[in-house]
Design a protein around this ligand. Structure first.
Ligand SMILES: NC(=O)c1ccc[n+]([C@@H]2O[C@H](COP(=O)([O-])OP(=O)(O)OC[C@H]3O[C@@H](n4cnc5c(N)ncnc54)[C@H](O)[C@@H]3O)[C@@H](O)[C@H]2O)c1
Length: 257
């Protein structure tokens, strides 16, 4: 049976753990060749081994998404290895638990460097490659915090709001230019990943904070990484061929209230 992204070539940033890892594994399972990036070689190679063990094709490339110099080489390596680039998942991101009064300028700038510069650079360079081979799909991980404010995540909210409207600007540009490149954002609620575990642990007792966070989701629990990976798969596949500039909210009803 054909996979849902059979024969496509994908880059997933920050794929060493959490949502990036789950998305890379699912894309590979559905037939894509996947380039996983991240800063930790051992974890990246472990994720590649998990994909290869299932019969998939993948490679790890070490990358800091905030480093502008890393992008041209990553795109070049992908195209020379697999011939093209069809899918970019700008997933890498950080969250620092601090309200506006506590946030230092250094924390603010670090958050913007990873969450916004990284997404901007990835989108810019991916468009350059995709337009040469007939199009593609760019998927940017925003957050429910790109739509609403959370007191303890001041810089994170600002960065994810930026990802949300930057995505729309890039989508409109690609549409008007006739590139056949779609650009969309995904807005997860709280998903049980290392990022969420660390954030909740910073706020207080992890178990108690997890229970309180779950209660804020009308569905009554936190999400799992594959809840987001399935959204990534849909936006990566041709099933979403009329979807661009949109925001896919996957949050157990959090921002519906
Ligand atoms: N987990 C959630 O509840 C949730 C909710 C909303 C949005 N998100 C967003 O989804 C994305 C993935 O989140 P996650 O929960 O899997 O996080 P995570 O911390 O579990 O994993 C993030 C990944 O990004 C990598 N990374 C961080 N900085 C990087 C950099 N400078 N260069 C390259 N890689 C880098 C990390 O090493 C890690 O592999 C993030 O953008 C996050 O903001 C997560």
């Amino acid at each position: 049976m054909m996979g849902r992204v059979e024969g496509k070539v994908a880059i997933v940033t920050g794929a060493t753990k959490g949502l990036g890892r789950a998305s890379a594994i699912l894309l590979a399972r559905e037939g894509a060749k996947v380039v996983l990036t991240g800063r930790t070689e051992a974890e990246g190679e472990e994720a590649v081994r998990a994909i290869v063990a299932e019969g998939g094709e993948a490679v790890f490339v070490k990358q800091d998404v905030a480093d502008a110099r890393s992008w041209p080489g990553l795109i070049e390596e992908t195209v020379s290895r697999y011939g093209r680039l069809d899918i970019l998942v700008n997933n890498a991101g950080i969250a620092i638990a601090a309200n506006v009064e506590e946030t230092t300028l250094e924390q603010w700038r670090l958050t913007m460097a990873v969450n916004l510069d990284g997404v901007f650079l990835g989108t810019k360079y991916a468009i350059g490659a995709m337009k040469k081979t007939g199009g593609g799909s760019i998927i940017n991980l925003s957050s429910i915090d790109g739509n609403i404010g959370e007191a303890d995540l001041a810089a994170y909210c600002a960065s994810k709001g930026g990802v949300r409207t930057f995505t729309k600007a890039a989508a409109v540009h690609c549409g008007e230019a006739g590139y056949n490149i779609r650009v969309n954002s995904i807005h997860p609620g709280y998903i049980w990943t290392p990022q969420t575990q660390n954030y909740l642990a910073d706020l207080g007792t992890a178990e108690e904070e997890k229970r309180k966070a779950a209660a804020r989701h009308p569905i009554g629990r936190l999400g799992e990484p594959d809840d987001i990976a399935y959204g990534v798969l849909y936006l990566a596949s041709d099933e979403s061929k009329f979807v661009t500039g949109s925001e896919l909210v996957i949050d157990g009803g959090y921002i519906a209230q």
